[in-house]
Design a protein around this ligand. Sequence first.
Ligand SMILES: [Zn+2]
Length: 172
Amino acid sequence: MTINFFTRHADKIVPISECGCWIWIGATDTGGYGQVYCGRLTDAGNKVPEGAHRIAYEATFGPFDQSQHVLHRCDIRSCVNPDHLFLGNQMINMQDMAAKARSCCGENHGMTHLTNEDVIQIRTAYAAGGITYAEIGERFGLKPSTVGAIVRRQSFKYLPSSEETNTAGVTP
Ligand SMILES: [Zn+2]
């Protein structure tokens, strides 16, 4: 069922070379975990969203005890790189979170801290011209390569480019 998870959702997964995280840029829940529909239904027949990282784990390592948590070594909740995932219970989760002062990319990672508005601002700033990726990066605390990926829509594809935003008459 989930064999093709990574290829099927390739457009929603952005690898970050700095830390190796595969960031899920599709829908997320309020906690920041990726959400995906895999065909499971409630008794009423409604689709049930599932944690993208859980499905990523299952797709890679096979079915697991669903009472277990799928935890992140990298502390990036939207990461779906199976190499960064491991099984544990809530107790391990709490200890793990307490033990980690910082992750490999943590605060420097930036990607998960950007709001949709930030992304649109970045694209608008670059489209206006006269500013480099590095200068924009400095303003938002991002690496120039990350800014480039946002401008070229390799990340945050689901948000419109600045031109599309202007055409639609939406104020960034
Ligand atoms: Zn990760």
